[in-house]
Design a protein around this ligand. Structure first.
Ligand code: NAP
Length: 495
C-alpha cells in the first residue's frame, strides 16, 4: 500500500496545532497536514459549547502573542468568541487548507530505516512524514464516571463535552455530577430553567469572584487602531497572572503559602457574603490549599445554591437507577436528565493521546509509566526522533495555554532553524539532556505548592497516578520563553 507523504504531520487542530502550523509556514515548510478527529477546528473551543461557557483567563492575555484580537467583547470572553478567534487566525494564516477533518489517528511508528514516521489512521490508511507533532491538548478525552447502574438510566445523559444544543432544561429535574470549572459555569445556567437541580459534589472547589466587564466600542476601536494600547493591557493582565503562579504555586515554600491563604480568605468572604446557611457554607468549603487544583471564578455559583430548587448532595453516589440517583445516605433523587460535568481522563487516556512507538520499539505510554512522566522542555523525549509532543508532562505553564504555545513555537523555530542551517533532517533529544532537565524540574517542584502545600485531598489532575505533580512546568513564562530561544542546541543529536 502506498501512503501519502508529507514533510510534517500535526495531530490536532486546536490552538496548539494551529500554532505549530503557523510556525511551519514561517519556516517555509508548506508540505504538512493537520489531522483532526472533529469536523471543525478549535479543539476544546469547538468541542465545548455548554451554556455559560467562557474563558477564565482575561482575553487580553488569552490569545497568541503575535495575534492580538481587538474584537473581544469583554474581559472574560465567551466560548463562541474564542472559537471565532480560532477560525479567524486559521484563515488569516491560511492554515485551514492543510486540515483534514474527521480523521482519527490511531498511532504512529518511527521507521528507522526510512527515517520517517508512519502514521496510522483509524480507517486503515497510513500517511508518512519526516516530522510528527502531536497537539492533542490536555483536556481532550472526556471522563465517563464508572458509577453502578449508570448504563441502566432511562433518561437523557449528557456529558458537557457533547452538549446537545437542542436540549431545553425548562421544567426538568436534573442531576449534575461534578463541581469543577465546567460545572461552576454550567450550574447557574441550568438552575435558571430547571424545576429541580441536584448537584453531586465529591470535592468542593475554590471559587473567587470574577471581575468582568464589557469592552466599549470605543475601546475596541482604540485596540484596532493603536494595537499598542491592547498590548499594554496585556502586559498588566499577563503580569498579574504570572505573579499569581509565581507566588502561589512556584515559590510557595519561600512565601510560606501566604498568597494561597489570602486567596482562600477571599473565597471564604465570597461564600460568607452569599450564603447565610452555615451548614451549606461548610459543605462548599474545600479542605485542601487554594491552588492545588485549578481555582474557579464565578459571581453566581455560590448564589445558585441558595435557591430553593437547587440542592447540594455531598454524601457520594451509591448507584444510579432507571429513574434517579441514590446517594450514599440512602436518599433517592428522581431525575429526568443526568448531566456529567466529570471532566477529562488526563493521565490515563491523554499521555499520550495516540500510541507512539519510537526508535528501538520504545512505546511512549509504557516508557512514561515504567520510568517517570518526562519531556525535555515539555516537547521532546529520547528515542523519539523528529517528534514533538506539545501536550507533554512539564509542558503546561499553568493558567494561560497561549504562553505554552508561544514557547513551543519558539522551540520549533530554534530547532528547525538549526536543522536547516546544518542541512540536517533528523533530530533527537539526548538521554543526558533529558535526564538533566527532569532532575531540574523535579528540584524546582520542591519549592512549589504541590510539594509544600496540603494537596492530598484535592484530587487534582495536576498530579499523575503516582502522585507526582508532573503536569505543570515549574518555571515562569519568561524563563520558558528564554530557554526555548537559547537552549543548548547540542542537547539534540542532529544528523
Ligand atoms: P474537572 O475539573 O476535572 O472536574 C470534574 C468534576 O467531576 C470534579 O468535581 C470531579 O470530582 C467530578 N467527578 C469525576 N468523576 C466523578 C465520579 N465518578 N463521581 C463523582 N464526581 C466525579 O473537569 P472540568 O470541570 O471539566 O474542568 C477541567 C478543566 O477545564 C478546568 O480545570 C479548566 O482548566 C478547564 N476549564 C476551563 C474553563 C474556563 O476557561 N472557564 C471552563 C471549563 C473548564 P473530584 O474533584 O472529586 O475528582
Amino acid at each position: 500500500m502506498i501512503s501519502e507523504h508529507f514533510d510534517a504531520v500535526i495531530v490536532g487542530a486546536g490552538f496548539a496545532g494551529i500554532g505549530a502550523a503557523i510556525q511551519f509556514k514561517r519556516m517555509g515548510i508548506e508540505n504538512f497536514v493537520i489531522l483532526e478527529r472533529e469536523d471543525d477546528l478549535g479543539g476544546t473551543w469547538y468541542v465545548n459549547h455548554y451554556p455559560g461557557l467562557a474563558v477564565d483567563v482575561p482575553t487580553t492575555t488569552y490569545s497568541y502573542f503575535f495575534e492580538p484580537n481587538p474584537n473581544w467583547s469583554r474581559l472574560f470572553s465567551t466560548g463562541a468568541e474564542i472559537k471565532q478567534y480560532a477560525d479567524d487566525v486559521a484563515d488569516k494564516y491560511d492554515v485551514r487548507r492543510h486540515i483534514r477533518f474527521g480523521v482519527t489517528v490511531g498511532g504512529a511508528r518511527w521507521d528507522d530505516d526510512a527515517q520517517l514516521w508512519r502514521v496510522n489512521l483509524a480507517d486503515g490508511e497510513t500517511v508518512d512524514a519526516r516530522y510528527l507533532v502531536t497537539a492533542t491538548g490536555f483536556l481532550s478525552q472526556p471522563h465517563m464516571p464508572d458509577i453502578p447502574g449508570i448504563a441502566e438510566f432511562d433518561g437523557r445523559v449528557i456529558h458537557t463535552t457533547a452538549w446537545d444544543d437542542s436540549y431545553d432544561p425548562t421544567g426538568e429535574k436534573i442531576g449534575i455530577i461534578g463541581t469543577g470549572a465546567t460545572a461552576v459555569q454550567l450550574i447557574p445556567e441550568l438552575a435558571e430553567k430547571a424545576a429541580d437541580l441536584t448537584v453531586y459534589q465529591r470535592t468542593p472547589i475554590w471559587v473567587v469572584p470574577k471581575i468582568d466587564f464589557r469592552f466599549s466600542e470605543r475601546a475596541k476601536q482604540l485596540f484596532a487602531r493603536i494595537p499598542l494600547t491592547q498590548r499594554l493591557i496585556r502586559v498588566i493582565t499577563d503580569t498579574i497572572y504570572e505573579l499569581m503562579v509565581w507566588v502561589a504555586v512556584l515559590h510557595n515554600r519561600q512565601t510560606r503559602g501566604r498568597f494561597n491563604i489570602a486567596a482562600g480568605d477571599l473565597a471564604k468572604m465570597h461564600r460568607f457574603a452569599t450564603i447565610r446557611d452555615k451548614e451549606l457554607r461548610a459543605k462548599l468549603t474545600p479542605d485542601y490549599d487554594f491552588g492545588c487544583k485549578r481555582p474557579t471564578f464565578s459571581n453566581s455559583y455560590y448564589r445558585t445554591f441558595t435557591k430553593p430548587h437547587v440542592h447540594l448532595q455531598d454524601s457520594g453516589i451509591a448507584k444510579i437507577e432507571s429513574d434517579g440517583i441514590v446517594g450514599n445516605d440512602g436518599t433517592k433523587t428522581p431525575i429526568d436528565t443526568l448531566v456529567l460535568a466529570t471532566g477529562f481522563d488526563l493521565w490515563e487516556a491523554n499521555f499520550p493521546a495516540i500510541e507512539v512507538i519510537g526508535r528501538d520499539g520504545r512505546n511512549l505510554g509504557k516508557w512514561w509509566r515504567e520510568t517517570r512522566f518526562q519531556a525535555y522542555q515539555g516537547v521532546s523525549m529520547p528515542h523519539f526522533p523528529n517528534f514533538l509532543s506539545l501536550a507533554s508532562p512539564f509542558a503546561f505553564l499553568g493558567l494561560n495555554f497561549f504562553n505554552t504555545v508561544e514557547y513551543q513555537m519558539r522551540h520549533m523555530d530554534r530547532l528547525f532553524g538549526e536543522l536547516r542551517r546544518r542541512g540536517a533532517t533528523t533530530f533527537e533529544i539526548t538521554e543526558e539532556a533529558n535526564a538533566r532537565y527532569l532532575a531540574r524540574m523535579t528540584a524546582l517542584l520542591g519549592d512549589s505548592l504541590f510539594t509544600n502545600g496540603s494537596c492530598a485531598t484535592a484530587r487534582s489532575y495536576y498530579f499523575n497516578p503516582s502522585g507526582e505533580p508532573t503536569l505543570l512546568r515549574p518555571t515562569s513564562t519568561r524563563a520558558a520563553i528564554r530557554e526555548a530561544t537559547d537552549f543548548p542546541i547540542d542537547d539534540y543529536r542532529i544528523v
